[in-house]
Every structure is written in C-alpha cells, then in structure tokens.
Write a protein that binds this ligand. Structure first.
Ligand code: ADP
Length: 566
C-alpha cells in the first residue's frame, strides 16, 4: 500500500485503474479525496501492495482484497482505501466520484467472511472504509431500548459500551462472529440467535448518503426534530429502507436498532440426535414450535463436523485427507460427545415460563429415537468448554469468535466460502438440500460442514466450504462446486439469501421470474438514483447503465474455458 505522499512514485501501469478513468484523472481524484479526509486516511493499492496471506487474520483483514480469494487474488482488488470521518466527508467524496466516474465500494468493517470481506466487486473501485473512523455509539435510549450506531460499531464494541455505561440490562444480538459491524451485518441481511436475531427487522431508521451526495433520513427521521426515529420504523409514504440492503443505492452512515431487554431468565440447551436420517423429523418439530412461538428464537441444527471444526482441525481426528464417510463421522460424533445433528436453542423468560416451554420441547424432541438433551452447566475449574457453553453465550447475544475454528478444518490458515440457500422449513426440503449439497461436496472433495437455522417460517441452510487457497486447483474446485450448486438449488426452487462476490451475477440471473422483472426494476432504480454509475457497481448483480454489458459481469466458469477440475 502506498501513502499519498509517495503516490507520485507509482506508474500509471501499476495503478489499479477503474474502467473509464485515466491515470491523470485518477491521481486528481485521489488528491481531491485526500484533501477532504486528510492524507493519513487514504492509501493507494497496486497488485504488489496486497496484504500478505500470512499477515491476514480475522482482526487484521485486508481491506483491498478478499483474504479468502476464490478466483485469483487480484480479481476483486481496490485501487485505494479511504476512511471518511463524517457524513459530510462521505457526501463530498460521492460528489467527487461523480465528477471523475470513480466507483466507490462502501464497507463497514469488512468482516463479511465467506462472502468477500471488504473487497469490491468491480476491480479498481475505491473502498470506503466506513467503519475505520466512524465508529461511535451515538445514542442508547434506556426507556425505548434502542440505539443509534455508526458503521464501525462492532458487536464487541456495542456490547462493551452497554456494559460500561450502565445498560447491563440491555442485550444485543450477535451473529456467530462478534467482530463484524452491527450495521454491515444488517445491511447484508445477516442474522443472530436471540429472539432479536433477524437483524434487518430489528433496525429502525437510517441515515443514507445517496449516489448524488444528498443525505436522506428514512422513516421518522424524515421529520425534522423527530422524537421517534428509533421507535417507529415506517414514517410516512413508501418505505425505502430495504432498498439500501444488499444494494448499491446508498451509503448508510447511521442506523438505529432495537435492543432486547434482559428477559428475566435464560437457559440454553442442546438436543442431540444420533442418526444422519433424523434431520427431517427434527425440522418438522422445530417448524411447528417456532411458528407457534414456543421457540422464541432461531434455533440451529448443526451437523457433527461443524462442532468438530470448532474444537480442532480435521487432522486432529483423522489422518485421512479424503471426504469423511458416515462411519468416520459417527466416530467423531462419539469422540466429541455430540450427535449427527445437534439442536442448540435457548429458553427466555422467568422460570415458570421456561418450565412450561421445556415441557413442550422435551415432549416433542424426545419422540425421536435416540434423542438426548443437556443444559449448559457451569464449568468446573479446568473443565473443557463445550460447544454448548459457547452457544450459551451466543444465544444470549454475547459476542465471541469461537466459530473461527471452522477456518482451519482443511488446513492451517484455511479459507471459507459461504453457500446459503433458503428453503421451506420442512423435513422433505431440509433433506433434499442436505443430500444435494453433500453429493456435490463429495464429488468435489469437500467435507459437508453446515447448519440449518429456522428463522421463522423458512430454513436458512448455511454451508461452510473450507478450502486451501494456496492450491489453485482447490480454489477452482470450490468455485465450480458452488457454481453448480446454485443451479442445482434453483432447479428445486431454492435461492440463496446472500453470497460471495464471485456469484452475485449468477445468483441474480436465477432470480429471473417474469423475464427478469426483478433485475429490470433494480436497474431502473440504479440508473435513476446513480446516473453516473459510481456506487458499488455489480453489488448483487446490479450494474449501472454505464458499465452494463461491457464484460464486467462474471460468466459461468465453463464459459471461460476452465476445465472441470475434479
Ligand atoms: P461486517 O463487517 O459486519 O461483516 P461488512 O462491512 O463487510 O460487514 O458489510 C457487509 C456488506 O454490506 C458490504 O459488502 C456492503 O455491500 C454492505 N455495506 C456495509 N456497510 C455499508 C454501508 N455503510 N453502506 C452501504 N452498504 C454497506
């Protein structure tokens, strides 16, 4: 990375110029941005300056490229990384970007693991590192149980803020890894595990810099001096908030969230099931309990290997490098004391409420032959911390990073690629999904590591493909495997809820009901809101008119002549 002071030493050839921007315009634009944010808050990148693979880790992620690159390392490479310090900075930068046709890629903390991190979809975009300096908890309201945060507030930071400022009776909701941005995760429509786990549903009010540089407040925030910005989500007229999620229509600079009051009691549990074939019965039970709200949150149904990966890499369990067989997985389940499927859930509320809930849970789950249950008992000094202890924290919104263990399953410093289709919460669909993914994973040489999360009426199937990025053939296998799975899933009526940069075009192309009406609508909005096409080109497969159809969309790998590599 090159500081602005040494910027003149980089030749035009070495710059990662975005399309339609000449070397001299790029230099002028970068200097103009530096005069807004200060020289110390902008760095220019070249292919030589990408962070070394050995240096990158969860708390030191590259901002200019994806640490877990699936295609070549410099495919999704930023030309520069800028850290604005205020909403006004962002607005001014956006105005300059329009003048120079400079693509901007906003990211909050860039810990979007398995989906591309902070890296931009279009090579040469300038990453706006929104979280680096804009990282304040602006407000917490104890009466309404709400907060207002900037992009750089992580789950750890919000939790610590509440603990340190007398709000210990307010809970937050953290996803599996607590280092991500509260805002960034909600904008990518991520989820956590308390009753407030559906993050976008629990947001209330946004401040957004539009692609023209104008600043908008949504919901009640449109009313000057509003006193309900964080308490009533809709305001008056059309409700635009959803348009700023997984999109490229605006840069969010403030976002409100509802916080859950301590429910007055809590207990986490694990139901474990011994047979691979138990999955459909488990899902049928959970759907009914969840829709009827006996289960108040989104419980997870985890396979043996996801728990095993939290404890140790594959090499700890076996010398085999091959895809594990059922009997090998059974042996690992026995070794770590879990089932083939494991439901981690929790009960919330005072004891009498939990007792009634428990009666319903026990009666339902224990009908499955071989089912067992346990509670997270306090750990004796020196006793092993089990996945149940870890989930006990996550299920009450305490941020942590235990699940980083997944990354090392295949190799040390391994990589993760997420595949996340949605299906109905039925046993038939869960099983079809599981078989479909396991078959492809076996074909391409990967162990199935996954979890089914029952949001409310649907199943989020979260599949973790772990791979060794230092092996180009393995990266190609990983890429091709997910590419085929997206098509397999679409044929069965399943679509992904979120994806890695390299599959955005493909997934957008399968959401094509009625001659692609959805994409036509998105493109119409894009062209009207962002006529110069400067904001996050290609995000979710949405390309602005200026760049559309010019070869920036990623085709299927077979169309590039990449031979099937398995
Ligand atoms: P996290 O650190 O929680 O994983 P990221 O910062 O990686 O979240 O954000 C996830 C995605 O959400 C980004 O790739 C980007 O598309 C979008 N995003 C994040 N922050 C903003 C923002 N402030 N404005 C608009 N979009 C954003």
């Amino acid at each position: 990375m090159t500081s602005i002071k040494d910027f003149h030493t980089i030749s035009d050839d070495a710059l990662v110029l975005p399309p339609d921007v000449s070397g001299s315009d790029f230099r002028e634009a970068i200097r103009a941005i530096a005069s807004i944010v200060g020289d110390q808050n902008i760095v220019v990148h070249t292919t030589q300056s990408m962070k070394n693979d050995e240096e990158g880790h969860y708390f030191n992620l590259p901002k200019e490229h994806d640490l877990f690159y699936v295609l070549e390392k410099d495919v999704f490479l930023a030309s520069a990384v800028v850290s604005p310090g205020s909403v006004e900075d962002v607005s001014q930068i956006v105005k300059l970007a329009n003048k120079y046709l400079l693509p901007l890629w906003p990211t909050s903390l860039g810990r979007n693991l398995g989906y591309g991190g902070a890296a931009p979809r279009l090579r040469g975009s300038v990453v706006l590192d929104m979280g680096a300096r804009m990282n304040k908890v602006i407000d917490v309201n104890a009466r309404d149980r709400t907060c207002l945060v900037e992009p750089g507030v992580s789950y750890f930071a919000l939790y610590d803020y509440l603990q340190a400022n007398g709000f210990q009776d307010l809970w937050i909701d953290s996803p599996d890894l607590g280092g991500g941005s509260v805002m960034g995760n909600a904008l990518d429509r991520g989820a956590g595990y308390t009753p407030y786990g559906e993050h976008f549903s629990m947001h209330c009010g946004m401040e957004v810099v539009l692609p023209t540089g104008e600043i908008l407040r949504t919901g009640m925030g449109a009313l000057p001096d509003s006193n309900t910005w964080q308490t009533f989500q809709y305001g008056f007229g059309p409700y635009p908030d959803g348009l700023f999620t997984q999109s490229n229509f605006g840069i969010v600079t403030k976002m409100g969230f509802w916080l859950m009051p301590d429910p007055g009691g809590y207990e986490a549990y694990l139901f474990s099931f011994q047979h691979d074939s138990d999955l459909p019965a488990i899902v049928e039970i959970i759907r009914e309990l969840r829709i009827k709200m006996v289960i108040q949150n989104g419980p997870t149904i985890r396979n043996t290997l996801i728990d095993a990966a939290v404890y140790a890499p594959k090499s700890h369990y076996t010398a085999s490098k091959a895809v594990l067989t059922d009997s090998e997985i059974d042996a690992i389940a026995k070794d770590i004391g879990v089932g083939r499927w494991n439901v981690y859930g929790a009960m919330y509320g005072p004891k009498p409420m939990r007792e009634l809930q428990w009666q319903a849970l026990e009666a339902a789950f224990m009908q499955i032959p071989g089912a067992k249950y346990e509670f997270a008992k306090p750990r004796a000094e020196g006793a092993k911390q089990t996945v149940l202890h870890m989930r006990e924290e996550t299920l009450k919104g305490i941020p942590n990073t235990y699940e980083l263990g997944w990354l090392n399953w295949t190799c040390e410093r391994g990589s993760l690629l997420g595949f996340s289709p949605i299906s109905p919460a039925t046993g038939v669909d869960a099983n079809k999904q599981y078989q479909m993914v396991r078959k492809r994973f076996t074909e391409f040489g990967f162990d199935y590591i996954g979890t089914f999360v029952v949001g409310w009426r649907e199943l989020h199937h979260i599949v973790c493909l772990t791979f060794d990025k230092t092996k180009p053939a393995e990266r190609k296998r990983a890429h091709r495997c997910i590419e085929l799975l997206i098509d397999d899933a679409a044929k069965e009526g399943y679509g992904e809820y979120r994806t890695h940069l390299c599959f955005m075009d493909q997934i957008a192309s399968v959401y094509n009901w009625s001659n692609g009406a959805s994409m036509k609508f998105n493109e119409q909005l894009k062209d009207s809101l962002d006529p110069n096409g400067i904001l996050a080109p290609g995000k979710s497969g949405i390309w602005p008119a200026r760049l559309r159809g010019r070869g920036f969309e990623l085709k299927r790998s077979t169309e590039y002549g990449l031979a099937e590599t398995h």
